[in-house]
Design a protein around this ligand. Sequence first.
Ligand SMILES: [Zn+2]
Length: 139
Amino acid sequence: VLIDNEVCPCDEGQNTGHLYMACCGLYHHGKQHAPDALALMRSRYSAIAKNLPDYLVQTIHRSSRHYDANPKRHRASWQQFCDQHTCAGLSIVRYQPGEAEAFVHFIATFKNGSTLIPHEEHSRFIKLNHRWLYHEAVV
Ligand SMILES: [Zn+2]
């Protein structure tokens, strides 16, 4: 269900007023591709909030350890991930842009009942055929 004035899940708790339909909604609905790795990262987080496993499948690089060559199983694993995670906020620690690869250090907070579970990750993104894709976490 689309609500015109819905705040984007990637903006949860930050009150900068990004509306879903003018933010990650554009990428989720194929109106445009995420213009940079940071926008892609935020839109993947929002996709978890909006229960969009297909978007998570479409925006991951084939060489990622999270990629599964079996499309059905791959989608099912992201569906399970969406089912098990309730989004409670996203904060960007650091963004290192680049031409062909970029890095985002972020803290995504999930909720289990009333318990907040922060997930901190330093992710690598790769640009392939003019589109940014998530690769995986770097250690
Ligand atoms: Zn957004």
